[in-house]
Each structure stands twice: as C-alpha cells, then as structure tokens.
Design a protein around this ligand. Structure first.
Ligand code: GTP
Ligand code: SPV
Ligand code: MN
Length: 597
C-alpha cells in the first residue's frame, strides 16, 4: 500500500474492508497532481487501456475503446436498494439491500487480483462549498481514474475536507470480467453507498456522475429540501451586459450539451448576445435567502456525445476538444486523429472503427445495415475550462440565480416548439408528463417514445411520486420561483424531416423565454399553456416560412387526446402516491383540450 493520506478512520477502515473483499495487489491513493495523471496515462498506454493520438494535432488527447456490449448505461441492471420496495417506486428496479450486497459481493470477491485499487477522493461542486458533496471511489480501472480527474475535483484538497467531516458517499467499482451477465449498478441511498461491477462505461462507472449527483443526491435533496436535476445551466448575456441564467432538462442525448454552449446565429449577432456555459448535464439547485432558486454544476468536465458534433452544430465544443480530451468509442484515422459520423470532414477513406476493426466508408453488416465508424453513443471527456464559453462563475460557491426552468423532449409530434406553464404547479405537471424518443445513450430500442419526467426517469433515486410532491413543495417555498417552459426542437414534417433548424437557432426561442420572464411580451393562451405570437420570435436571418413556424407552434387537439390517455396510464402506475395536485392538473388539461375541440 502507498502512503495513506488521511487520518479519517472511517475512510481507512472502509478502504481496508473493500480491499479485503476485492483482493487488489496494491492500493494507490489519488492525489490529483498532474504528475500522477501523466504516470497513469503512461501506464494506461502500456496496458492498452488508452491509445495515444497525434500529440501535435491533439495534445493531451487519448482514445479508449470499451467492450462491444458495454457502450451505454444499462438501466435494466441498475437498482435502487432501499429497505422498503415502495421507497424505490415503480420508476426503479429494486433489490433489498441484503440480497443486493450478497449478489454483488460474489462478483467483487477477488475481482481486483493482479490489479491496482485506486482510491479517488472527489468533490461534487467546488471544494469546500457548503453545497458540495464528497465521495470516494475505489476502482480498478485507470480509465475511470483519468475520467474522474476531468469530471470531478479530486485528490488532496478533498481529503483535507474529509479530515473534518465523516460524511462521504462510499463508491466501489470494479471492471471485474466486464461480463454483462455479471454487471450490477447498485445504489444504497440509506447507506450513502454505490456499488458498480462488471462495466467500464461512462454513467455506469464514473460514480460521481449519474449515481451520486443524481440518484443518491436526489434522495438527499428531498430530505434537505433542494433539487438534484438532469439539467444544463447556461447564462445568456443580454446586449446591456445583464446575464440571465436558465436551467434546462432534456433526456439523454437530446441536446443539453449543444444548447449550453451555443453561439448566437448570424441574424441575432447584431444584438450582441453572449452565452456562458455553467454546466451541460447536472444542476443542484437551492432556494436562497432572497427567495430565488440558485444553481451549481457539481461537475468540472463534459462527458459529451461525439456523433453529430461539428463546427456548425457546436463550434465551441469543437474548440474545447482539441486538447486534454479522452475520446471513447470513436473512429481512429490512419493519421492518429479521430472521426465520427456527423464530424466536419467527410468520412476518411479508411480507419479503425470503435470496435478496433478495419473500416471503410460504405461497409455493410450481414443484415445490410451500414457499419458505423463511431458508436452512436461515442463520447469525449474534457474539462469545462477548455470551453471558450465556460462561465466565470463556475468556481463560485453560491452558483447562479435561475430565471427559467426549461423542460424538453425529442418528439416528432404533439409537443410544439415552445410553450409556457400557467404557473409553478402547472409547470410541475408539464415536467411530470414529459416524454421523449429513446436515444443511444441507454441500451434499448432507439426511437420508442417513453415517459421521462423532468428527464429524470432513469436517475431519480426514489419513488417518483414523492419526487413530484417534492417539486410541488419547492414551489411553495420560493417567493421568486423561476417560470417553467417546455421546448421541442425535434418536430418533423410529413416526410419525417426536422422542421426547426435547431442548434444555434434555438437562441431565438430562449430570447422569447427571457422576454416572458421579464414581462416584455404578451402570449397566446392555448389548452396546454402560453405559446408565442408569431411575430414575437425574432426570425432575422433565418429562412423558415411563416407556414412552417405555424406548424411548429400548432397544438392539435386530436394528438393531445391521445397524449392524455398515455399520461393517465403513466400516472396510474403511481397509484395513491401520485399527488392529487397532478390529477387536478390532468383534469384541467382534459377540460381545456375538450373545450378547444
Ligand atoms: P447526455 O449527455 O446524454 O445527457 O445528452 P445531451 O442532452 O447533452 O445531448 P447532446 O447535446 O449531446 O445532443 C445529442 C444529440 O442531439 C446530438 O446528436 C446532437 O447533434 C442532437 N441535437 C442537439 N441539439 C439539437 C437541435 O437543436 N436540433 C436537432 N435536430 N438535433 C440536436
Ligand atoms: C446520459 O446518458 O444522460 C449521459 C451520459 O449524460 S452517462 O454519463 O453515460 O450517463
Ligand atoms: Mn446526461
């Protein structure tokens, strides 16, 4: 064992106990220094966990390939292990803590033999902020250590915090055999513990992210009366220099990263907007003494979707990932740089695909489907500070005040481009009834519409009916509650093509949202909420017919009747736990849709 850097007995005892179980050859404490990171990189190159990219073109950049069946979060293997099943709710897979520990212990037993166990002390949120939470992850994966060093604040400063308090999330991870049949992602909110085994992929193993910052944190947040959400946070600097912040919840791979760092479109540039990125995935939000909602991003890096990222869709990200980036499951070009579907350049004439096989454009598999160079859920890990639009308030312990909460989904039909809730309670209903087409971010059928309340369905660490109640209560405690909106960039026409150009152009919709927050424009009342008057969306420089804009904002009663049926079915799953306020909102919506015919 290398030097123990802590006097914290609870931490030392736990590390010892887990080492006895996993039987590593050695224990290494992560101090978070550049020196240690470089050593880990060198070792990872030797073991082939990482491939070195061209260090002139892409300094500090590496490529990692996962196992072919370990490419996304495995929700069916993810469990909330509370003593009572009811506390996990119908939204979660549940296992009793006793049987979960027992099952996983069998897989962890001796799993680190021949390997090193790394001890990663990490802070979610600025070190020392009273809003931050500390975790310690034990892992036998260098890839995990290197990713955690980007995504969270790690090392000695965090251990120093732990000298004074005993409160940390115990996170145990082992790749074990990377066997999908022996893979478990277990959360024990009552023990402040996470056990993940058998995977080496992103959200399954970077335990500070979805496991701690959403599933465990949401459980804690309900008790401590704050919100842990799957939301981006961005600042929109108005021409007069004033910055308004919004938080937006879209399901996985539905556009958070892209929106959080957008560059204003040509037509609006003259107005002088500037975007500041605070976060692209997770927001922790509290009611402050001023009665407003304040948010921090607990992470310090992006773990973003590569395919589709190019200098048109996301120029800031293209700048961000030129250095210090770990690429996962993208295509390796013969010049030792990387490529993915939807990158700036045409497909290279040859390369090595995400599974490590020789690749050429136009290749087809046995079923006749195109063979992709990069996996659709290929990602990059990169520090936020690389981003040209990184907010200057990232390290501020207090975060930023939120003017608007924006919910959004990927819906070919039903949901219009944008609408506004009548009030907080109605806004909670809109969030609770969100739905979206499945993406490649989780294992399962892509395209299928599923309910994904507040984009938190896979991440709420307790009974979602209680989560809805918590949201309703939060509104009552906030004299200056943000306004709530819903957006949908993904409406399609008869031919299945997106009507709205999206990406940079989304600022036009945010502009309306802020105008509404500042009572600058009136709106049209519809059955589902307020929608913009056509002339209130600034279309300068955008070629989109008025006809199409009308189509984007259309609220079709026939579609909403169908939607109501689905919402009812979804709500019924929560039985008596569903807050009556949401059933009231349901009835109100039903009535309004009927009145509209
Ligand atoms: P997670 O990291 O999984 O939580 O996802 P995310 O919400 O941050 O998604 P991201 O911004 O990475 O976007 C995922 C996919 O959506 C990419 O393929 C984007 O190209 C696409 N996308 C993002 N914004 C838009 C948009 O405005 N319009 C359209 N049509 N596609 C978009
Ligand atoms: C998501 O799936 O929402 C992500 C990526 O942000 S992962 O970290 O794998 O959860
Ligand atoms: Mn996410």
């Amino acid at each position: 064992m290398n030097k123990i850097y802590t006097h914290n007995k609870k931490l030392r005892d736990w590390v010892d106990k887990m080492a006895k179980l996993c039987q590593p050859d050695k224990i290494v404490w992560i101090d978070g220094t550049d020196e240690q990171r470089r050593l880990l990189e060198r070792e990872a190159l030797e073991t082939k966990e990482l491939i070195e990219l061209d260090q002139n073109k892409l300094p500090g950049c590496f490529l990692h390939r996962t196992a072919f069946d370990d490419v996304a979060r495995t929700e069916h293997l993810t469990f909330i292990c509370t003593r009572r099943k009811h506390d996990a709710g119908p939204n979660n897979n549940w296992m009793s803590p006793g049987s979960a520990y027992k099952k996983a212990r069998e897989i962890f037993k001796g799993a680190m033999a021949g390997r090193i166990m790394y001890v990663i002390p990490f802070s979610m949120g600025p070190v020392g902020s009273e809003f931050s939470k500390i975790g310690v992850e034990l892992t036998d994966s260098r890839y995990v250590v290197l990713n955690m060093m980007v995504m969270t604040r790690v090392g000695t400063p965090v251990l120093r915090q732990l000298e004074e308090k005993n409160d940390f999330t115990k996170c145990l991870h082992s790749k074990a055999q990377l066997d999908i049949n022996k893979r478990l992602i277990l959360h024990f909110p009552e023990d402040n513990t996470i056990w993940s085994v058998g995977s080496g992929y992103g959200g399954n193993v970077l335990l500070g992210k979805k496991c701690l910052s959403l599933r465990i944190a949401s459980f804690i947040a309900r008790k401590e009366r704050w919100l842990a959400e799957h939301m981006l946070i961005m600042g929109i600097e108005e021409p007069n220099g004033h910055i308004e912040y919004i938080a937006a919840a879209f399901p996985s791979a539905c556009g958070k990263t892209n929106l959080a760092m957008l560059v204003p479109p040509e037509g609006l540039k003259i107005k002088g907007y500037r975007i500041w990125t605070v976060g692209d995935d997770i927001a922790w939000m509290r009611v402050d003494s001023d009665g407003a909602l304040w948010a921090i991003n607990p992470e310090s890096g992006f773990f973003g979707v590569a395919p589709g990222t190019n200098s048109k869709t996301n120029p800031n990200m293209i700048d961000t990932i030129k250095k210090g980036t770990i690429y996962t499951n993208v295509l390796l070009k013969s010049d030792n740089t990387v490529w993915w579907e939807g990158a700036d350049e045409e497909a290279p004439s040859e390369g090595i695909d995400w599974q490590g096989r020789p690749w050429k454009p136009g290749m087809r598999d046995v079923k006749g489907n195109p063979v992709l160079g990069a996996h659709p859920n290929a990602r990059f890990t990169v520090p936020i500070k690389n981003c040209p639009s990184a907010s200057f308030r990232l390290e501020q312990h207090h975060g930023v005040p939120i003017s608007a909460i924006v919910f959004g989904g990927r819906r070919a039909h039903v949901a219009p481009l944008v609408y506004e809730a009548f009030n907080w309670r109605h806004g909670v209903f809109i969030g609770a009834t969100m739905a979206s087409e499945r993406t490649a971010a989780q294992v399962g059928e892509v395209g299928e519409v599923r309910r994904d309340p507040m984009a938190m369905f896979p991440f709420c660490g307790y009974n979602m009916a209680h989560y809805f109640k918590h949201w309703l209560n939060m509104g009552k405690r906030m004299p200056k509650a943000p306004k709530i909106f819903h957006v949908n960039w993904f409406r399609t026409d008869e031919r299945g093509k997106f009507i709205w150009p999206g990406f940079t152009e989304n600022l036009r919709v945010l502009e309306w949202i802020l105008d509404r927050c500042n009572n600058k424009v009136a709106a049209v009342k519809t059955a589902i909420g307020y929608i913009p008057k056509l002339d209130d969306i600034d279309m300068t420089g955008l070629e989109l017919s008025r006809d199409n804009l009308e189509k984007l904002l259309e609220v079709k009663s026939s579609e909403w009747f169908e939607e109501l049926k689905k919402i009812k079915k979804f709500f019924q799953e929560f039985k008596k736990d569903l807050p009556v306020e949401l059933w009231e909102e349901f009835k109100n919506l039903e009535k309004r849709v009927k009145e509209n015919g």
